[in-house]
Unconditional design. Structure first.
Length: 396
């Protein structure tokens, strides 16, 4: 498989800065921040490579029938990133609004499938963008997890204010100190924006001149010298400062699946389905097996995300020695394609739940009741045949 070799190890640049580490972080930032929506074209050199990429990473829309075929006998559970997946990538993260059409698509999905938003954003901030109380929310890369306001097929109903899990709560004071220090340190770098996501700090450099990236990395490193329990990871033109505990979007995904009650994975050989927007990837099995529950059922997690941090949810259980640029199975180019996929999923579920009548049951668009000469359209009345005329009769 044709792939760009980007080691995940280069994303950790915490600790005291030195020239080697700064250069490595700079190159890693460039590698992890391709032009949005143009990654395949920019990364590939000729038509043969593009064709190879499409063969290995087909469009989720083109392969939709194959995807839903994998869910036979399984319950689908949806996990969605926010920025770049449900909303477009914008220069100012404060105005990364999702469209009303996308919100409606997500709302419809949640009616049929347990659905969670997994984001690097502060949980309250991403909830403010999405505004759907029936979802699960995992903010700060899964370090702040909250259940839905109403039950969506789980064993119990969780209140809108209930917090399911906050594994890094002891770092809150430290994170706040780092946020304030970074705001001061980056004031002299035009375009740099520091965002407090409560359990992590995001340093956005999308609007920073590339010549200033090294200086930005130096400033971040100088602050972290005094905080050995924190680390730096990378997203798309963003540096994320968070605790060094072993918790990420992959762990959050595991916790959420466990919290969904009835949705448990019980067959190790079961395939996991993962979708990723606008990046290259290869097929894999999600490293998540939740067993031992008395009422366990098969579940097919579908994770859609476009950021490098989503790899924590994508990566293999048995990773090979050669690093892959990503570990997802299918591709979606932009939020519009994500919305189309969600709509198709809802339409498919509606049809599979209420299959259309067979040809033998149809008569001029009306359903035939075999007991007598009574016909029923899909509305709120029946029609009886009287003197060869169809007359409406109210249904009690």
């Amino acid at each position: 498989m044709h792939s760009i070799q980007i080691s995940a190890d280069s994303s950790n640049i915490g600790g005291a800065p030195n020239s080697g580490r700064i250069i490595a972080s700079l190159e890693s930032m460039r590698a992890s921040s391709p032009t949005h929506l143009k990654a395949p074209t920019g990364l590939l050199t000729d038509d043969d490579d593009r064709l190879s990429w499409m063969r290995d990473h087909p469009s989720a829309l083109n392969m939709f029938e194959e995807i839903v075929g994998m869910s036979k006998g399984k319950q689908i559970a949806m996990f969605l990133d926010y920025d770049g997946t449900l909303s477009p990538i914008v220069d100012d993260p404060e105005v990364a609004f999702m469209s009303e059409a996308m919100r409606e698509a997500v709302r419809d999905v949640a009616q049929y499938f347990p659905t969670a938003i997994v984001s690097g954003r502060c949980k309250d901030k991403v909830f403010g963008f999405v505004q759907l109380a029936e979802l699960y929310y995992a903010g700060s890369h899964g370090m702040d997890i909250q259940g839905p306001e109403v039950s969506i097929g789980t064993k119990c109903t969780r209140g809108s204010k209930s917090v399911l899990f906050q594994p890094a709560s002891e770092f809150l004071l430290m994170i706040d100190e780092v946020y304030k220090a970074l705001v001061e340190k980056t004031k002299a770098i035009p375009g740099a924006k520091v965002e407090n996501n409560r359990f992590c700090v995001s340093v956005h450099f999308r609007c920073v001149d590339e010549k200033r990236w090294v200086g930005l990395a130096e400033q971040v490193g100088s602050v972290l010298k005094g905080y050995p329990k924190l680390r730096v990871t990378q997203g798309r033109k963003v540096l994320e400062i968070r605790s060094s505990i072993k918790w990420d979007k992959g762990k959050a995904l595991e916790f959420l699946l466990d919290s969904l009650g009835k949705l448990h994975i019980c067959k190790p050989q079961g395939r996991r389905l993962n979708l990723k927007s606008n990046v290259r990837f290869d097929e894999f099995l999600l490293p998540l097996l939740i067993t031992g529950f008395a009422d366990s059922e098969d579940v097919l997690p579908v994770y859609i995300g476009d950021d490098r941090t989503d790899e924590d949810a994508f990566k293999r259980e048995d990773r090979g020695s050669i690093p892959k640029d990503t570990s997802a199975s299918y591709s979606l180019r932009e939020p519009l394609e994500v919305m189309e996929f969600l709509k198709r999923l809802v339409d498919w579920k509606r049809v599979s739940t209420n299959p259309p009548p067979s040809d033998s049951q149809k008569l001029s668009g009306l359903l035939v009741r075999p007991s007598n000469r009574v016909f029923a359209p899909t509305g709120f009345c029946t029609c009886e045949m009287r003197d060869r005329r169809l007359l409406p009769t109210c249904v009690s």
